[in-house]
Design a binder for this molecule. Sequence first.
Ligand code: HEC
Length: 156
Amino acid sequence: MKAKFNIAASAAALSLLALPAVAGDPDAGESAFASQCANCHNVVSDDGDVLAGRQQVRTGPNLYGIVGRQAGVVDGFRYGNSLVEAGEEGLVWSEEDMVPYLLDPVSFLRETLDDRRARSQMSFRVRDEGTAQDIVAFLAQFGATDAEEEAEEGGS
Ligand code: HEC
């Protein structure tokens, strides 16, 4: 009896490992992005296609391809020093890191940099973790496709 239970438990543990990094709902994330993020951010592809938000939004950086990108590196955007420093010290946005950032950017930067004077230029917090996960799942859909990456590698 006990052995059977253990097998079932480890099968459950294995199937948990196979789940995506953050269990958000990208459709719910789309509407949350529109109401909570689009005042400051948009998602614009390298070809200039506006995939989310509006063209003329400049308060926050373009979030195209944000998952897997080093923090603080959108060309021409004037970030705060703390976010740039976190990127230089190796912060590459994963889905897991972005959730606590969205819930509390200042605390996230202070912990990441181990510096209690770290500051964030993003004066906005998502109120609940589920919504943050949904938004991250939505944003994770936009990025360089494999074909684009191959073309870039081939072209260089
Ligand atoms: C009031 C404007 C504002 C709102 C609303 C806002 N942001 Fe930001 N966001 C910013 C600014 C400004 C920065 C740059 C922060 C810095 O330099 O410290 C930023 C930075 C970011 C970054 C880091 C980007 C990078 O290149 O490293 C992410 C990710 C992000 N925001 C996601 C979001 C999401 C998702 C939402 C919606 C839940 C959101 N933001 C809402 C203004 C905003």
